[in-house]
Design a protein. Structure first.
Length: 610
């Protein structure tokens, strides 16, 4: 009955919006070209950090990009291996990765392995802190990471080739093409990366003997202006990876893991100056093969097919923006250790932004999901932004978010628990933002109460089984300072982030595993004419490696140093040579117990744009 009432009022909402639509209005192309307008329009109270191309090009991996440029902690099983984030004290399943507006966390285990995503082809990567389940669904509890493509509807043809070689026989080749006209836009990126990855374990006579990796990646974004009021967009990504899984200081490994991710989305938009109507159709495919002994043919496997239908209608009147969304997701999975199963989820969302005055705007968003697997909670978020002056504004965000049990949690053969309920969290965040001529500074605090956390635990006589067992309290503070200074032909940019994170298991009042109390990142870049030099500094506090905090990994400080020199610079061609020294001070450190990270190593890179 509640379902029917909600559906009825939602349909009435859409009918009213359609009745107000004006088809002869002025084109608002800029907003339509955005891949994820919800991120900017309906999340005004959340902290957002945008990493652009100049920052993306300085990192070898998605993990490295976020490790050195954000407050997110990464637990990596050896360099290039499985990489899991801890965002504001949450776990990997509670951080959502959003690809051009849709959630791409694995349907099998509920998380994204950050070493299976190539970021160099995207226009920017945005880090959104705090809950976002209303906009982005399951998993957006600690925060979300957004991979965004854009379109350039003007006459142009740009090529970029980037070739790199480094220590441990590390090789990378990247090609980017961008071309377009007034009605057509195409961006293509092709990437190949490989490494023997056989670095030394500092302080021992061992090395990373089974850590080789190889991957290929293709990204495509295609846009076509059908008419002055209609645009068609196609997004595609294919990733193919093969990794030998590293052992530890205590146990050697002969494992191998192969995975394939294929994502395709077609989007049609109809628009004028008051309304935007979007229809998205997407297919997500993921598959893995795990070889416990890579010298033998036997392997475990799993794959999932997801089909997404999304209709989005936004109407603007006076100082109010209303956005209604209907989303349907169907997923089918099968695996060696998973019961063949499927899941169908339909969600209804209503988003509203109201600009009450030139100084104050707020948003209120609600969402309800419907599925047969479990009962989903009613979700909401309230965001507000008030500008006291040109140099200071304050933000507020309060929300209820969730994470659904994964297919592994519910349907793992002999262990799956079909009685699980979704994790839920209630959050509040207050931010203070200051902006002066050359300096930006922000400081914020947050509090999160997480209930029904899912954990795999040993049950007498039954083995390991996932159960809803834990309540967690998370709170902390974050600060960011950005300084930009132009001095003649030289430019100085300095960005520093600090995070204080408490993530407490309410059952024993202990800090959760692999959540550092303190983390600092600091990046300094200086450019003069044809030369650019930069330094990255990371300080991670100690982390506990057991639930009772009886064992710990010590904190560490790591620095990277890089330099780029423009060898050729003409109107038609720019060619630069870059050198990067990772782990400059040859620091011995681990971010996962018994899995050392690389010693000092070099990477040389040649980039040409024409």
């Amino acid at each position: 009955m509640v379902h029917n009432k909600f559906l009825f009022f939602s349909l009435c909402f859409f009918t009213v919006l359609f009745s107000y639509a004006q088809r002869d209005s002025v084109v608002v192309l800029d907003e339509v070209v955005l891949t994820d307008a919800k991120l900017s329009q309906f999340s005004v109270g959340n902290k957002k950090q945008v990493l652009k191309d100049s920052v993306l090009s300085k990192s070898q991996s998605f993990t490295d990009l976020l490790r050195y440029n954000s407050t997110i902690y990464f637990k990596e099983n050896g360099y290039g291996m499985v990489s899991s984030p801890s965002f504001r004290g949450t776990n990997a399943q509670q951080t959502a990765v959003i690809w051009n507006g849709i959630n791409i966390n694995s349907q099998l285990n509920g998380q994204t392995d950050f070493n299976t995503v190539v970021t160099s082809n995207y226009n920017n990567v945005t880090i959104k802190s705090g809950g976002g389940s209303v906009q982005y669904g399951s998993g957006a509890i600690g925060g979300s990471i957004h991979l965004n493509s854009t379109f350039n509807f003007k006459e142009h043809l740009d090529n970029e080739v980037r070739i790199g070689y480094g220590s441990f026989n590390t090789q990378s080749t990247n090609y980017k093409l961008s071309l377009g006209s007034k009605k057509f836009s195409l961006d293509l990126g092709v990437n190949y990366n490989s490494s023997n990855n056989d670095y030394k374990y500092l302080g021992t006579d061992q090395k990373n003997e089974n850590g080789a990796y190889e991957n290929g990646n293709v990204d495509l974004s295609l846009g076509y202006l059908i008419s002055d009021n209609n645009i068609l967009k196609l997004y595609h990504n294919t990733y193919l990876g093969s990794r030998d899984f590293s052992g530890t200081l205590l146990v050697k490994s002969n494992e191998n893991y192969k995975n394939t991710n294929v994502r395709t989305m077609l989007e049609w938009s109809n628009f004028n100056d008051k309304k935007i109507s979007r229809l998205k159709l997407a297919h997500l495919y993921e598959r893995y093969r795990y070889y416990a002994n890579k010298d033998r043919p036997e392997y475990a496997f799993g794959y999932a097919n997801s089909y997404l239908f999304n209709y989005d209608y936004k109407y603007t009147f006076s100082n109010v923006i209303l956005n209604g969304i209907v989303d349907h997701n169907y997923t089918d999975v099968i695996g060696r250790n998973i019961e063949e199963s499927n899941r169908s989820i339909t969600s209804l969302s209503i988003l509203m932004q109201h600009k009450l005055s030139s100084k104050f705007k707020y948003t209120f968003n609600v969402r309800k999901d419907y599925t047969e697997d479990f009962s989903s909670p009613f979700l909401f978020v309230f965001n507000g932004d008030y500008s006291f002056s040109n140099i200071y504004n304050i933000t507020l965000s309060a929300s209820k978010n969730y994470r659904i049990p994964t297919f592994n949690d519910m349907y793992w053969v002999g262990a799956g628990n079909k009685d699980l309920v979704p994790e839920t969290s209630k959050q509040v965040e207050i931010g203070n933002y200051f902006k002066f001529k050359n300096i930006q500074f922000n400081v914020l605090g947050y509090y999160t109460k997480l209930s029904e956390m899912i954990q795999w635990r040993p049950i007498s006589g039954e083995g390991w089984i996932p159960v809803n067992v834990k309540d967690v309290t998370q709170y902390g503070a974050e600060a960011e300072v950005a300084v930009t200074k132009q001095i003649g032909k030289s430019k100085l940019v300095w960005l520093t982030n600090y995070a204080y994170t408490k993530s407490i298991d309410d059952s024993n009042d202990k800090q959760l595993m692999y959540v550092p109390l303190h983390k600092v990142t600091s990046n300094l870049a200086f450019s003069y004419k044809k030369i650019e030099a930069y330094m990255q500094l990371l300080r991670n506090g100690l982390v506990y490696t057991t639930t009772d905090s009886s064992r710990e990994l010590p904190g560490y400080t790591v620095a990277n140093l890089g330099m780029n020199y423009e060898v050729v610079k003409t109107s038609k061609n720019t060619t630069s040579l870059g050198l990067r020294i990772n782990n400059l001070f040859n620091k011995e450190y681990q971010n996962t117990a018994f899995r050392p990270m690389p010693n000092r190593n070099l990477m040389v890179q040649l980039t040409t744009k024409f």
